[in-house]
Design a protein. Structure first.
Lengths: 114, 113
């Protein structure tokens, strides 16, 4: 397994602003993912964060709204841009040593947009 | 489609067994997972099963896989109040090499003392 931390753990933001969420893992991993969990819902994959290249986004998610950085094998950021109340969710990062291996999740960032 | 289906709610008494069911869609899925989410927390991996197995047991947890019917279940023996949480099943899509997981809606397990 891996020890994964996320910052901030929670935040309350005003609409129209942006928030950057950090994900740090205690060892080098090949795969890092960002998920969204809307209130009372399941998890939906936003994108795969690729080290050294642009993130791979899932259908319905775009880089302008959710820019992602992955500067090295232990760290990634997700920015939620120009926020609206519909962006209120839990954002979780997960990691895996390879696409074939188990994903482990961070504790999540709870975001409320007013 | 990509839907993974779970029943939404299960209530049991402490000491009873709990069985949480899941159906998935992709017959080529390689691994199937069970995650647990306690209130205010992230997802904790409970167990997983490889698609060429039909059963896996890990202490109080038993996973059964019926590949023909694409049906997965998680049995928790001697359920405790600390088992109260949301349980998600997830399949790793078989095609490609993306590692993408598709999650069910989650089953809320309520354990009554």
């Amino acid at each position: 397994s891996a020890v994964i931390s996320q910052k901030p753990s929670r935040d309350i933001c005003q609409r129209g602003t942006s928030l950057t969420i950090q994900c740090q893992v205690d060892s080098q991993v090949t795969m890092m993912f960002w998920y969204r969990q809307q209130p009372g819902q399941s998890l939906t994959l936003i994108a795969t964060a690729n080290q050294g290249s642009e993130a791979t986004y899932e259908s319905g998610f775009v880089i302008d709204k959710f820019p992602i950085s992955r500067p090295n094998l232990t760290f990634s950021t997700l920015t939620v841009s120009n926020m609206s109340p519909e962006d209120s969710s839990i954002y979780l990062c997960s990691v895996a040593r390879s696409p074939q291996e188990t994903q482990y999740f961070g504790p999540g960032t709870r975001l409320l947009v007013l | 489609g990509e839907d993974v289906e779970q029943s939404l709610f299960l209530s049991v008494r402490e000491g009873d067994s709990s069985v949480i069911n899941c159906t998935y869609t992709d017959s080529s899925s390689t691994y199937l997972y069970w995650y647990k989410q306690e209130p205010g927390a992230g997802l904790q991996l409970l167990t997983y099963i490889f698609s060429n197995m039909d059963m896996k047991q890990d202490q109080r947890l038993t996973v059964l896989l019926n590949k023909k019917d694409k049906h997965l279940s998680l049995r928790i023996a001697d359920t405790q109040t600390g088992d109260s949480a949301i349980y998600f099943c997830a399949e790793r899509k078989g095609s490609g090499n993306t590692g993408k997981l598709i999650f069910g809606q989650g089953t809320t397990l309520q354990v009554k003392p």
